[in-house]
Ligand binder design. Structure first.
Ligand code: PLP
Length: 361
């Protein structure tokens, strides 16, 4: 007899480390560690969430029909080719679950989002990293890493934690260079922040191919990370697969109601985008003035490089002691870097006061 043992790969997983915060009574932390919207959710989403409360004895709409219709309407997409999930994390996981098994490879770029490797391992597949060039995904390196066992290529565009993005032409070159059997998953968690003319969320590739999918989330610009809701736009055959593997009630009713209210309020979303853009510029230049190397970001966070690993660790620790939380990115192979979410003007100012004090000391 022997004790229960998990499947191969499971014990190789390094559990995901969420952004730090404080639960100490009486402390109002400045949480800049999880790329959340610092202004909170849309009040209309909060109202819809509260309205939904009285019906919590009913199971949610298993097909999330009204939400898919709303997304389809606002984004100009076919609602039948949208599937909703408990965060885009769940959809990423289900995609790996459905298409990659033991011996298969899941490919992503060197500083890509950690969840790709976690899901690959949890389904027995092998995570493979392609080197980046100047903290940017490198299409040639990704293509060179493809083998007959590659099942999915994930690319966060823009990427977390680097804040960089690939133009539409590079994403198309990646798709064109990938074999037909490989799914390209465009993880567009930060797409709503983008206004670069050479950027595309990749909808045109999803429409033009049978093997490209796009993931989106309500956790970032919409400020609804606590509700766990995201969606995927994909070709019909992949949507069909996703519906087979997801649990029927994967998105709760309050999340569906709140997300409908949020996505319909496009003016409010645009306001959030502009507020972030202004503060991103302010914060980036203040961090530069403080002597840190700032990588250009198009997101609601910025990656900075310290003098060395020790300085990064110390700064993260010093700020945490003052209840200001930023992200340690050593598990992204960036031990001398720190990822800082863009906060409100007051939060950013306070952060910079403290960073300047710590670095000047
Ligand atoms: C935040 C984030 C997600 C997912 O978030 P969910 O809350 O699961 O929707 C996915 N990909 C990237 C790159 C992210 O930064």
């Amino acid at each position: 007899m022997s004790l229960p043992t998990p499947k191969p790969g499971i014990m190789d997983i390094t559990p995901y480390t969420p952004g730090k915060s404080s639960r100490e009574a009486g402390v109002v932390p400045i949480k800049l560690s999880s790329n959340e919207n610092p202004y909170g959710p849309n009040p209309k989403a909060v109202a819809a969430y509260k309205d939904a409360a009285a019906q919590m004895h009913r199971y949610p709409d298993a097909g999330a029909s009204a939400l898919r219709e709303a997304i389809g309407e606002v984004c100009g997409l076919d609602a039948a080719r949208i599937v909703c999930g408990a965060g885009s994390d769940e959809l990423i996981g289900l995609l790996v679950h459905a298409y990659a098994s033991e011996g298969d490879e899941v490919l992503f770029s060197q500083h890509g989002f950690l969840m790709y490797a976690i899901y690959a391992r949890s389904f027995g597949a092998t995570p493979v990293k392609a080197p980046e060039t100047n903290l940017k995904a490198d299409v040639d390196n990704l293509l060179a890493a493809v083998t007959t066992r590659t099942k999915i290529v994930f690319i966060a565009n823009p990427n977390n934690p680097t804040g960089s993005y690939l133009p539409a032409s590079e994403i198309k070159r990646l798709r064109d260079g990938l074999p037909e059997h490989v799914i390209l998953c465009l993880d567009d968690a930060y797409a709503e922040y983008m206004d670069a003319p050479d950027y595309s969320d990749g909808v045109e590739l999803v429409d033009a191919t049978e093997n490209t999918v796009m993931c989106r989330t309500f956790s970032k610009i919409y400020g609804m990370g606590g509700l766990r809701i995201g969606w995927m736009y994909a070709p019909t055959a992949i949507i069909d697969v996703m519906h087979r593997v997801r649990s029927p009630f994967n998105v709760n009713s309050a999340a569906q109601a709140a997300a409908i209210a949020a996505i319909k309020d496009t003016g409010y979303t645009e306001e959030q985008r502009l507020k972030n853009k202004g503060q991103l510029a302010w914060l980036s230049s203040a961090l530069k003035d403080a002597g840190l190397h700032v990588f250009p970001s198009v997101c609601n966070f910025v990656l900075v490089r310290c003098k060395d690993d020790a300085q990064a660790k110390q700064l993260i620790g010093n700020l945490a002691a003052e209840h200001i939380y930023v992200r340690d990115v050593s598990n992204y192979e960036l031990p001398d870097c720190i990822r800082i979410s863009v906060g409100t003007p007051e939060e950013n100012q306070r952060l910079m006061e403290r960073i300047t004090a710590h670095l000047g000391a």
